[in-house]
Ligand binder design. Sequence first.
Ligand SMILES: Cc1ncc(COP(=O)(O)O)c(C=O)c1O
Length: 366
Amino acid sequence: MSQIRPTTVHIDLDRLVHNLGLVRAMQPEGTKILCAVKANAYGHGLVECGLTLEKAGADWFGVALLEEGKLLRAAGVQTPILCLSGIGGKLKAAEQALDHQLTPMVFDMDSARALNQAARAQGQLVKIHLKVDTGMGRLGVTLDHWDAFIQGITGLDSLEVQGLATHFASAEEDPAFTQQQARRFRDAKRILQSHGIEPSVVHASNSAGATLYEDLAFSMVRPGLALYGHAPAPQVKGLRPVMQVSTEVLFVKEIPANYGVSYGLRWVSERPTRLATLPVGYADGYSRALSNKAEVSIHGHRCPVRGTVCMDLCLVDVTDLPRAVRPGDRVELMGDQIPAEELAAHAGTIVYEILTGLSGRVPRRH
Ligand SMILES: Cc1ncc(COP(=O)(O)O)c(C=O)c1O
């Protein structure tokens, strides 16, 4: 991709390290931190973030896909990597997990058997983390089936249960339900222990859990969002956004009053207006849902988006800026002036989707 293009994502790796330190300081002494770097480190660049976090003392990495784990290993990352979405019951995936020293989350017997078979064929033990569903309803074995599942696991002699995990459904907004999940998690751990299995890594908390409930750290927490500088709840302070998205003005023009602009003419000027055309659109991840809603920052002033956001372009109103805007002037689309949270609210979504939605054609500068 051409580096001439002015639309870029700037990633501040110092802020990433700052946020890791802040999350670590909120945990009881000795708590391990698994850094969630799935989905290209939430759009921030998997390898760059992985190498930076490893140097800064990350204890584990969490990826969704084996492929993401393999990319980290290819980049030289030595830190343990947990594949949060498991291996889908496939022998080939089990073999790859072993080959690349990726630790799978396991919540079904097909995956357990595949891993057992792959490990036995290589004459080794494979470390796994078991996942119990305590109320998220997504991945994990429900408590009703937990005892039978553990019995099945104990019959497979090439597996080593290193970890036990669950996932909170609404830690940022429902403390009572979160504590109920934690009680079920402790029950699951007791059942596991009754089968003679003592997991050394026990983890439940995402960013919300890790920043709001010191008592639910168990032995490891799994933050994602907080590392990238976004607070899971308003009371969490001190995180610094890692990603900034900026561009440059491509073109400036004056239109008369009563002049409709962009597809569908969904904005019509009420007065003579100066518009700047920006080289960014929904194909870059600047959502069409931001049409007529979002603002950008130019010369430190906010300018509203006018009309429909197009595939590669959008328009902003620069009429009221004290200093004339010219092609080449810098524009902040997201960052310290225009928080990702604000864009998410305009687009009717969450910050996660804004961060991960920035497309591959926007170069990342670290
Ligand atoms: C299993 C698991 N753990 C941890 C995380 C990190 O969550 P967050 O980004 O909210 O901290 C995720 C992300 O969705 C996840 O799926």
